[in-house]
Design a protein around this ligand. Structure first.
Ligand code: PMP
Length: 352
């Protein structure tokens, strides 16, 4: 068909499976195993029904002000969107408008190349070292922009802030996006650097540490200039990306800092315990600062372990991709869930 020649064809991103059964152990999409702040839930229940009738605030001020106050920023330094996927996609569209290739690691969040293809942005992959670390020299050449997930996904590894700063500093002619989806689980945020570097955009999300993946809230922090450019593109696309209940729930979550810190500490404690247990079972992994562990077994292929877990109703993530096809990405669940997984792995591996 001739019209098909004009279609914007893309190979879409494939999100982790969302099983319909309820009695599974779901450790495949890095969700939080705990509920969100009760104050966030209450905020939705208490909403005035008239808010459903009207369009939501296109400026999303309730949430942006809460985020600005929390981080000691101006509201004009904060952008929000429908999950950080929306924020990142908008940032790619806004800032990566050069003929020079954008740069990101060969092993990283697998949506980056999809957005680059969708928006026809040229890109080059910078291979991670064998220990999954970044070689900063890869980012010291001409480019149309840079994206780094820190801590990285799916590896879980975190780079020092000094390295991130070095990359931002060496690239004043490009926007550098630091994707901090997992930073609240023990990482160090690049957020303080936005006051010094006009070209740095720090992206975060409510989906992991705030247990609100279903609400879809992501945010970006940067110089007022960067945020203004992002807003111009957003308002050229869809003014009302954030719905009213989401704005209320997000602001309430930010205000409940004690709950937030407590839940993050719980996930971190379970992760550290799980690391020890996985090591004892013959797994190795980069030291994770996230809510998942990216592990490989010394003798049993990842694909086989994945299939065996799946048969037990335990969902983890397996990427059939070069360099990482012998790894499993295991999200951190509750202590009870991790105990079930570890007990199964112990029996399964002993029987092999
Ligand atoms: N960045 C990274 C590195 C991720 O792993 C994810 C989760 N898939 C996201 C961004 C997007 O998360 P969300 O859209 O739920 O904020």
């Amino acid at each position: 068909m001739s019209w098909e020649k004009n279609v914007r064809t893309v190979v879409p991103y494939v999100p982790g499976e969302q099983p319909k059964e309820l009695n599974v152990i779901k450790l495949n999409t890095n969700e939080n195993p705990y509920p969100p702040s009760p104050k966030a839930v209450a905020a939705i229940q208490e909403i005035d029904p008239r808010e459903y009738t009207k369009y939501p605030d296109p400026e999303a001020l309730l949430l942006r002000k809460a985020l600005a106050a929390y981080h000691g920023l101006k509201t004009e330094q904060v952008f929000v969107g429908v999950g950080s996927d929306d924020v990142l996609s908008m940032a790619f569209l806004t800032f990566f408008n050069s003929k020079k290739p954008i740069l990101f690691p060969d092993i990283t969040y697998s949506f980056y190349d999809v957005w680059a293809d969708l928006y026809r942005i040229p890109y080059e992959l910078c291979p991670l070292r064998d220990d999954f670390s970044i070689d900063p020299n890869d980012y010291m050449r001409e480019n149309g922009g840079i994206v780094i997930a820190n801590p990285n996904a799916p590896t879980g590894r975190m780079e020092d802030l000094s390295m991130i700063e070095g990359i931002v500093k060496a690239n004043p002619d490009s926007v550098v996006i630091v994707d901090e989806a997992y930073v609240d689980f023990g990482g160090t945020s690049a957020l303080p650097l936005i006051e010094r570097y006009e070209n740095l955009l720090v992206v975060q999300t409510f989906s992991k540490s705030r247990a609100m993946a279903g609400m879809r809230i992501g945010m970006a922090f940067g110089s007022e200039k960067l945020i203004q450019y992002l807003n111009d593109v957003k308002f050229s696309f869809n003014s009302y990306t954030m719905n009213a209940p989401t704005l209320h729930a997000g602001a309430a979550s930010i205000e409940d800092d004690a709950y937030f810190k407590e839940q993050c500490a719980k996930v971190i404690a379970t992760r550290e315990r799980t690391k020890k247990a996985l090591s004892a079972l013959g797994f190795t992994f980069a030291d994770s600062k996230t809510n998942f562990i990216f592990a490989t077994h010394r003798s049993v292929p990842a694909a086989e372990i994945f299939a065996a877990l799946r048969e037990q109703g335990i969902y983890v993530r397996y990427f059939k991709k070069p360099r990482i096809d012998n790894y499993l990405r295991i999200s951190i669940g509750t202590d009870e869930e991790m105990d079930t997984v570890l007990a199964f792995l112990k029996t399964y591996l002993a029987g092999r």
